[in-house]
Design a protein around this ligand. Structure first.
Ligand SMILES: O=C(O)CCC(=O)C(=O)O
Ligand SMILES: [Fe+2]
Length: 284
């Protein structure tokens, strides 16, 4: 095996191999993770791990520090953000999930629905082949894509989200206001882009990975319509004004498989949400 396998890997994976070997992880299991999560050829994964082992896995520069991510201070019950108190209802460390109460006021929810409702169109998904957006049976809601700062209310919400997550407004995609009627759903999916597929890879060029998601509930729902995370057995029930935040990647900004999530089918009532996706860098 030649010696240049490791440097050909993305820096984050070099660091991952180095750190996991140092922690005593089993090489065969590490190779499986690289195939599953990094979409590497098995032979390449094994060669890189073997090379790192032979060289004492210290031929790399010191591991870079974990990258900053959007993060919410969950040290108290109430987070005071410039004139607005948000309740921290629960938090989970890995994957990072935080449930927030009273992120939006009832009047803000109603205003956002009234504003977005005038231009609802079937919600698209990103195609694997070319990155264009297309209508798909897996996502049956209708929605409106709002520009960043499109109205004073949108600006106010975006500033609140930036203070909440300590993440710049410029790194956010525009808000999406979504309406799910009876039977409408968003089947299990990831919000992060899979760099091994040509379509999603194109989206990474503008602003990098989607490192965080905030789903804000603009209405109560009589039955169904929860946001569920099947890998961790969690379902969040919509409650007007509440929101769920989750980080889509680990501390090295590597996609996290545990963030698989769905908008469950609405059984009774109408569900309205606003979704905000946070990128690694400015989204312009
Ligand atoms: O509808 C939901 O509860 C989840 C929405 C979602 O996953 C998204 O907008 O990316
Ligand atoms: Fe999502």
């Amino acid at each position: 095996m030649n010696k240049i396998v490791m440097p050909s890997l993305p820096q984050a994976w070099q660091t991952w191999i180095t750190e996991n070997l140092a922690r005593g992880c089993v090489p065969a299991e590490m190779a499986q993770v690289m195939v599953r999560d990094g979409k590497f050829e098995a032979t390449l994964a094994r060669a890189a791990i073997e090379e790192a082992r032979r060289t004492g896995f210290n031929h790399l520069a010191p591991a870079p520090a974990p990258q900053p991510l959007p993060e919410i201070d969950t040290s108290a019950n109430i987070l005071r953000l410039a004139g607005h108190d948000v309740e921290i209802l629960f938090s989970l460390r890995a994957p990072r999930v935080v449930l927030l109460g009273g992120l939006l006021t009832s009047a803000e929810c109603d205003e956002l629905i009234d504003y977005g409702r005038t231009r609802l169109a079937r919600s698209p998904v990103v195609s694997d082949a070319d990155g264009k957006t297309e209508v798909h049976a897996h996502r049956t809601s209708r929605g409106a894509m709002l520009q960043r700062g499109e109205t004073p209310l949108v600006t106010r919400i975006e500033s609140r989200l930036a203070a909440l997550t300590r993440w710049p407004v410029e790194n956010g995609e525009g808000l999406q206001m979504l309406q799910y009627e009876k039977g409408n759903e968003y089947r299990p999916h990831f919000d992060w882009f899979d760099a091994s597929r040509p379509g999603p890879r194109k989206h990474l060029e503008r602003g990098g990975q989607r490192v965080g998601t905030i789903v804000m509930y603009l209405s109560d729902v009589e039955a169904g319509g929860g946001t569920s995370f099947p890998e961790i057995g969690l379902t969040v029930q919509p409650r007007k004004g509440s929101a769920v935040f989750f980080a889509n990647t680990d501390a090295y900004r590597m996609p996290d498989q545990k963030t698989l999530h769905a908008g469950d089918p609405v059984e009774r009532g109408v569900k309205y949400i606003a979704t905000k996706w946070l990128r690694e860098r400015a989204y312009v």
